[in-house]
Ligand binder design. Structure first.
Ligand code: SIN
Length: 315
């Protein structure tokens, strides 16, 4: 860690990676139970930097689950795509898990693929913890963006306007998808639709975040279709601006831990132009129901809340 590392009671080395988002954390062994000072310092770093990274943490599935459980209750690996056999809490992020993801999208945009995890559910996971196992020697970086700074950098009149809006988030097959592949079938069988505030008040910090997950947010409630499309495109372009974001180069043993209440992220697609394999594993922590600046909560339109993995294990 270099000279800008920030001091804290738990003696973690916290090394910021950009002005607004991302810090690499050293001085801790995640294979072992953490002290309460370490848990507090990591949680504080997560709230401040939105996504935090650890290097050379070679965790087993069990250690990944144990580390995650120190920060909240684990969800089932993925509410639509399931989990790793024998580990209801772990979701496998393999290279070809969603090869057909953009199949129906004839026009790719700069924000295509950016998303916040499972925002089509009424209670999206509050955090995600992704562990790199098989990593290409080059390519395959992940990017995150800070939705709080994105909100704060809007003009005051636009902030006031979006404060009162709500958006419909939908997890459904892409337009034009054939309906026969495993991805399309899983999504068809587990369709999730929820209406969330367009501006989410962070339950721990009180900050406002522009809650506009491009992959799931389909339209703004109450606006005409063209109004909704143009406003969403403006907001999606805005939230994915490079100065609000950070890009992470994975190594085997890297961990990324992010706050889904204040970030969106982009999985890489350049890996499909390379022959290298890529395998990561993810856990997610049970989230609450978002609340807007007016105190109104999100509502579920279709599907069920994202439950704890423990409930799946009992069934
Ligand atoms: C994810 O979207 O959670 C996965 C990100 C990645 O594959 O880098």
């Amino acid at each position: 860690m270099n000279a800008v590392a920030i001091e804290n009671e738990a003696e973690l080395a916290i090394n910021p990676l950009s002005a607004h988002i991302g810090a690499e954390i050293g001085g801790v062994d995640l294979t072992r139970p953490l002290s309460s000072a370490q848990v507090s310092a990591i949680r504080a770093a997560l709230l401040k930097w939105r996504v935090i990274f650890f290097r050379e943490q070679f965790l087993s599935h069990e250690q990944h689950i144990a580390f995650s459980a120190q920060f909240g209750e684990l969800t089932v690996g993925h509410p639509v795509f399931g989990h790793v056999d024998g580990h209801p809490e772990i979701y496998s992020i393999s290279k070809f898990r969603k090869a057909t993801r953009f199949a129906g999208q004839s026009v790719l945009r700069p924000w295509t693929g950016w998303h916040t995890d499972v925002t089509a559910a009424v209670n999206p996971p509050f955090a995600s913890i992704l562990r790199g196992v098989t990593i290409p020697p080059y390519g395959g970086d992940t990017q995150w963006t800070n939705l709080v700074i994105a909100y704060e950098k809007l003009s005051a009149p636009l902030r006031t306007f979006v404060d009162g809006l709500r958006g419909v988030h939908r997890f459904a097959p892409p337009q034009g998808a054939s309906g026969t592949d495993a991805f399309t079938k899983a999504v068809t069988d587990h369709t999730l639709v929820s209406e969330h505030p367009l501006v989410r008040v962070h339950p721990e910090t009180g900050e406002r975040a522009l809650y506009v997950s491009p992959g799931f947010l389909k339209h703004i409630a109450g606006l005409a279709p063209r109004e909704s499309q143009v406003l969403l495109e403006l907001l999606w372009e805005h939230v994915t601006r490079p100065e609000f974001s950070v890009r992470f180069k994975w190594e085997p043993g890297s961990i990324a831990f992010w706050d889904n209440r204040s970030t969106a992220h982009l999985a890489p697609t350049d890996i499909f132009d390379l022959d290298f394999d890529r395998q990561l594993y993810r856990t997610t922590l049970v989230g609450d129901v978002p609340v807007g600046p007016d105190g109104q909560k999100s509502v579920s339109i279709e599907g069920t809340p994202v439950g704890a993995a423990a409930a799946v294990a009992l069934n």
